[in-house]
Design a protein around this ligand. Structure first.
Ligand code: NAG
Ligand code: NAG
Ligand code: NAG
Ligand code: NAG
Ligand code: NAG
Ligand code: NAG
Ligand code: NAG
Ligand code: NAG
Ligand code: NAG
Ligand code: NAG
Ligand code: NAG
Ligand code: NAG
Length: 631
């Protein structure tokens, strides 16, 4: 019953509803959100060491290669590298030794709707299916050329919106009508408008969610606020009735377009809060969800569990004979809800807020209660319990406390992409972090990832990341006002290190610095933020720099050139001179960072930092959460 009380609390804060006036009206999906015991497959599921990639991933990669090779031929068919025949180069390398072809990845940061829509605009520009994205000045086809796309928190909402809906396009998500996914005009806390596939009033929305979460609880699983949050989010992103309670994240691996290697692999990131700890520090364990697995490359776990059977009571790496195999635990919404447990840090910061005391007491009481009962984290059955290949604390508890992937301040999900076994050459890193007081990025996330990689005997564990400057230098040198490359000179690093193409959120046609806790956004403003990001990653369709598409191509090819000892084309040297961080610092305290839009702002979009939250309580919560974390 605790879940219903939690919903009632949220509902009550919002709309004065109480548990009593929420009708019990809707049928429950019998097993939708509730995990269920199933008979184990012939080879019982096991935990594997993170020493190598999984066999699933390795065989998938060999299928993916042909598709990315063709996509790169197409990409360089319209992205011209002056005086260099890139298509012939790709053909030649593919024939000679395909290992030397470029390995491309895209990472989408956290930051709520701001990050989801900014990431969405970037992917729209990178997607060759977008009309005109393969015309002059455009970079369409980069998505098809990518092997991996990672997302965290708001970035994971984007991945879910695309992948759970059969690799749909951003354009199709935008084209939906009332009730469809991405109709974000009503607050997450009220539920989508009734219409189309959504049949629910707000009260029925709460009731449906309560029923779904209660099903899980009745099946014997611990539930937390994250389950409620996950169900709420699912209604916004999964284009199915009742938030698609039957969708699992592992089912992505079974979609034809994924299993054939036709589309990139999505990777979602979350963090671990160590047993007994309240703080998620820079050294916390980073967890990864692939369509195949859940686990970590970090020394604390250094293992992966088969995602489909998450929820099973593994012991020492296998499921004991007297335990069932469990399926349905990896509900798709639970995965992206876990990656975005925004509520987690509020407890420690709420007293600092300037809330009216009545509200402050209400929130403090609520959250203290939730904190006390560990309702502020995602509670996972620990598949690494007693996994004796590892002696860390994590193996000694039966539950894992999994939290928002940005809480370790690595708000761009680079961790899965800098694992040496993945051999990634270039990462296009879309950063919508709210670092500055006005919610613009200032490089903080890259600094954290860089510093973590230096801890080579500990959490660094074989990862290599290019050096980046301090955040003052980022702001003083304007490295956050346009794309910037890091790691251009790979001879500076001893092990293979990906080139980072940093793509910071920056205003072109609208002030896209929405508050992280924006819980509703109308279609005009949604589309403006998407358009803004499209301009951000195409540099205004190549009008800010006509060489930009070529420079993107050069970034893609750079590490491959090194492996094949190919002379770097002149235009690429021009690009690297223009976009690579030159290694110099200016660490003096900068003036407040307040960018002005590069192009004329679109009509009907608000000014900087507009927030559309249904009431002052949430506004306050948002401010608190933003202070707590630069998500
Ligand atoms: C979920 O799956 C179950 C079992 O297959 C089915 O009975 C139920 O109708 C499904 N629920 C929804 C909302 O699709
Ligand atoms: C992953 O690999 C295992 C072992 O080869 C196989 O049984 C399983 O079906 C694969 N899973 C997927 C989703 O392809
Ligand atoms: C990949 O492409 C090559 C050459 O076009 C072809 O020989 C091979 O069969 C393809 N592999 C797969 C798995 O499709
Ligand atoms: C292909 O290239 C890789 C890396 O450059 C190298 O390690 C490998 O030996 C090459 N394979 C062949 C068959 O030449
Ligand atoms: C695509 O480009 C054509 C020709 O430049 C233009 O007329 C059309 O409006 C563009 N379509 C979109 C969706 O931008
Ligand atoms: C998924 O999308 C592909 C490509 O657009 C399409 O061929 C396929 O029919 C779709 N699958 C479903 C289940 O809608
Ligand atoms: C969402 O579902 C509706 C109704 O089934 C459909 O018309 C629409 O195309 C779907 N949108 C996406 C993005 O899949
Ligand atoms: C992370 O671990 C390293 C090495 O053990 C230590 O020097 C550093 O202080 C730790 N950082 C944090 C934030 O705990
Ligand atoms: C840990 O695993 C070992 C080996 O399977 C087993 O003997 C032991 O009982 C397990 N410990 C616990 C606490 O379950
Ligand atoms: C639920 O949480 C309790 C307390 O943390 C733990 O002992 C128990 O194993 C958990 N149950 C499940 C199914 O994870
Ligand atoms: C950069 O962002 C961090 C938070 O991520 C903040 O503490 C710092 O003051 C910011 N610095 C500048 C120069 O913007
Ligand atoms: C990473 O950590 C694991 C577990 O501690 C260890 O076995 C492995 O050797 C480490 N890898 C590197 C490259 O340090």
């Amino acid at each position: 019953m605790r879940t219903i009380q939690s919903i009632a609390l949220i509902a009550g804060i919002l709309s004065d509803a109480t548990a009593d006036n929420i009708p019990r009206a809707l049928p429950n999906a019998p097993n939708g959100y509730a995990p269920a015991n199933v008979s184990c497959p012939a080879g019982r599921p096991t935990i594997r060491s993170a020493e190598t990639l999984s066999s699933n991933e390795t065989s998938w990669l060999s299928l993916r290669r042909n598709h990315t090779t063709q996509a790169m031929r197409d990409f360089f068919g319209h992205v011209n590298i002056s005086n260099f025949d890139a298509v012939s180069y790709i053909n030649r390398v593919a024939n000679d030794n395909a290992t030397n072809l470029p390995n491309v990845a895209i990472a989408v940061s956290g930051g709520g709707y701001r990050a989801m829509l900014t990431g969405g605009g970037a992917l729209k520009a990178f997607d060759s299916r977008t009309p005109n994205s393969t015309a002059k000045g455009q970079v369409g086809g980069l998505l098809q050329s990518a092997t991996y796309v990672s997302g965290l928190s708001g970035g994971s909402w984007l991945l879910a919106s695309i992948y759970v809906n059969n690799f749909t396009t951003i354009g199709d998500l935008q084209a939906g009508s009332t009730g469809d996914a991405w109709q974000l005009g009503r607050s997450i806390l009220q539920g989508p408008e009734t219409g189309g596939i959504q049949l629910l009033s707000t009260a029925d929305y709460y009731r449906t969610i309560a029923d779904q979460v209660e099903d899980k609880s009745n099946a014997g699983y611990n539930t937390t606020l994250t389950d409620i949050w996950a169900r709420m989010l699912s209604f916004q992103f999964i284009n199915a009735t009742d938030g698609g309670p039957n969708y699992t994240w592992s089912s992505i691996a079974l979609e034809d377009n994924f299993s054939s290697g036709s589309i990139p692999m999505p990777l979602v990131v979350a963090d671990l809060r160590s047993p007994g700890e309240k703080i998620v520090g820079a050294n916390s364990t980073v967890m990864e969800f692939s369509p195949f697995e859940f686990g970590s490359w970090d020394p604390t776990i250094f293992g992966f569990a088969p995602l489909e059977y998450l929820g099973s009571r593994f012991n020492n790496g296998s499921i004991p004979a007297n335990e069932s195999c469990v399926r349905g635990y990896d509900n798709a919404g639970f995965v992206f809800g876990t990656s975005s447990t925004l509520f987690n840090d509020i407890v420690s910061y709420v007293n600092r807020s300037g809330l009216p005391s009545v509200l402050e007491n209400l929130i403090t009481d609520t959250l203290n209660h939730l904190g006390k009962d560990n309702q502020d984290i995602a509670d996972y059955v620990n598949p690494f319990y007693n996994y004796t290949q590892n002696t860390g604390l994590t193996t000694q508890t039966q539950v894992l406390n999994v939290v928002d992937g940005g809480e370790d301040d690595q708000n761009i999900p680079l961790h899965p992409l800098i694992q040496p076994s993945r051999h990634i050459d270039v990462i296009f890193a879309v950063d919508s972090s709210a670092d500055t007081p006005d919610s613009w990025p200032n490089g903080t996330s890259l600094v954290y990832t860089y510093e973590r990689s230096l801890n080579s005997s500990g959490v660094g564990n074989g990862t290599s990341f290019p050096s980046v400057p301090d955040v003052n230098t980022f702001v003083n040198k304007g490295l956050n006002t346009h794309p910037t490359f890091f790691g251009c000179n790979s001879s500076n690093t001893s092990s293979p290190t990906p080139l980072i193409v940093y793509l910071p959120n920056y205003p072109y046609v609208t002030y896209s610095n929405l508050s992280t806790l924006t819980l509703s956004i109308n279609n005009t403003e949604r589309d403006a933020v998407i358009q803004n990001a499209y301009d951000m990653v195409t540099m205004a369709n190549g009008t800010r720099d006509a060489d930009w598409p070529a420079c993107v191509g050069c970034a893609v090819l750079s590490r491959s050139f090194e492996r094949t000892n190919t002379k770097v084309p002149d235009i690429c040297n021009t690009c690297f001179n223009r976009y690579c961080w030159d290694g110099t610092l200016n660490s003096s305290t900068p003036a407040p960072y307040e960018p002005t839009s590069y192009l004329t702002t679109l009509n009907n979009t608000s000014a900087a930092g507009f927030i559309m939250v249904p009431n002052t309580v949430l506004l306050a919560l948002g401010t608190v959460a933003m202070t707590a974390m630069a998500l």
